[in-house]
Design a protein around this ligand. Sequence first.
Ligand code: BGP
Length: 465
Amino acid sequence: MKYEFPQDFWWGSAASGPQTEGAADVDGRKPSIWDHWYKEEPGRFFNNVGPVNTSNFYYQYKEDIQLMKETGHNSFRTSIQWSRLIPDGIGEVNPKAVAFYNNVIDEMLANGVEPFINLYHFDMPMSMQEIGGWENREVVSAYATFAKTCFELFGDRVRHWFTFNEPIVPVEMGYLYDAHFPNVVDFKRAVQVAYHTTVAHALAVKEYHALKQDGEIGIILNLTPSYPRSQNPADVRAAHIADLIFNRSFLDPVTKGEFPADLVEILKEHDVLPTYTEEDLAIIKNNIIDILGVNYYQPRRVKAKEYAAHPDAPFMPEHLFDNYEMPYRKMNPYRGWEIFEKAIYDIAINLRDNYGNIPFFISENGMGVEGEDRYRTAEGYIDDHYRIAFIKDHLKWLHKAMAEGVNCKGYHLWTFMDCWSWANAYKNRYGLVEVNLDQDYKRTIKSSGRWYKELSDNHGFEDAE
Ligand code: BGP
């Protein structure tokens, strides 16, 4: 059977500035929270590998853009690092950063690769974190100025903008689960961070629309569907709560301008509502997105709570539901994530039926694998057949959803070339292109990269079933 996609479908991949550029301490860039945290606690990064050099894109972007062409990209997302463009968070714009991002954008356009630019990928400038990060309303305004600066500098050529990548992640990892800096465990502060991020997002959308540039703006959300263990009402209710906290907390305000009423109710009940103003709520209300990016990796499975939480334990989302491990689920053992392809269809149908069939694209999907060296062929490239199978299996469900009328514009894989994955550093590799850290960042296209070119050239693929 042929799985055919529209002629103008976006085929490409996503990455981010902090995970690929390297050159963390040159040409005027100042530390982000990642540089700071690595300095403080290098042991919390896999094999002690930090963010200083990542994948050297800062120096090799020309070669990389040629490789994008060779792997069938008609579009590619990266992010502008706030800490590179405005190193102190507020104030002076760094001319070397302007030159770098101009070069990247121009080189992409000259090679037929449409730039998709994101403005925040977990990378708070340290100067802004020092004054409270997203807990401080002043940082929200500083971000809006940064966003406006980006639109003014690059918006004549960039037509696809994104305010945030996975804004729930810094909330969870930084303020609930001790997995990212600043390693706070406090639900109320987490809610404040989430709320201020939403205001920052809406302000950027407002700035962008006010400039009337010829493009669109959206946000990238990791929509991890919540599946109840069973149809027992207690399980269904538990899954609903997880969905409210982890998906709809951002999805509803950015698409409908309002937070879900039952989420607000839950937050009120547990006394964790953020400090807010009517003015900011109006900004959220009046500035909704043009397009949604959907990152999908794994489902969340949920059941009703087995036991009550200890009365002295700090309040956590898991006081309202339990995570559920489904027997015989298919796993990616390296990342520890379940593989459940159908969720991509469920997400798309949900957007069609409950979110006005909003235009969206798959902005990340991918498979991180450890020790890919064992798949190296005699010719010297990595034969990552499992990655091709992973992509196909997800595209089949996306294809089915599109046949049923969802408004999907493209598919971006995570990621173009192997890159630095936060605390996991270079443990799991996701790229269509290998980056060999022992050989001066040498790039070699994997089997998946060759296959991706055919996929893009043929606007789809043939498969036995
Ligand atoms: C997403 C992030 C990416 C990337 C990816 C892979 O959540 O947007 O930045 O890192 O996940 O996950 P990980 O790097 O944790 O393996």
